[in-house]
Design a binder for this molecule. Structure first.
Ligand SMILES: [Zn+2]
Length: 72
């Protein structure tokens, strides 16, 4: 199973390579993660950058953590 974020307003989703609990963690602490990102130019994991990018793009929208089967 893969986990990702879905925007219920735009009906788009991303599936960064990470666990459900990490996605939930990032979603709850976007502003903290954003501060960390500012101060570490290349020290952050790709999934954090991908996740933050999505959350930024959909600020104020309804974001949920979703799952999908990998490999279809
Ligand atoms: Zn959206």
């Amino acid at each position: 199973m893969q986990y990702g974020y879905q925007c219920e307003d735009c009906e788009v989703a991303v599936f960064p390579t990470t666990t459900r609990s990490e996605l939930q963690w990032l979603k709850d602490r976007v502003h903290v993660a954003r501060e960390v990102a500012k101060h570490s130019a290349n020290g952050l994991d790709t999934w954090i950058m991908d996740g933050l990018g999505f959350l930024d793009e959909h600020t104020g929208h309804s974001i949920v953590v979703v799952s999908r089967r990998s490999g279809r």
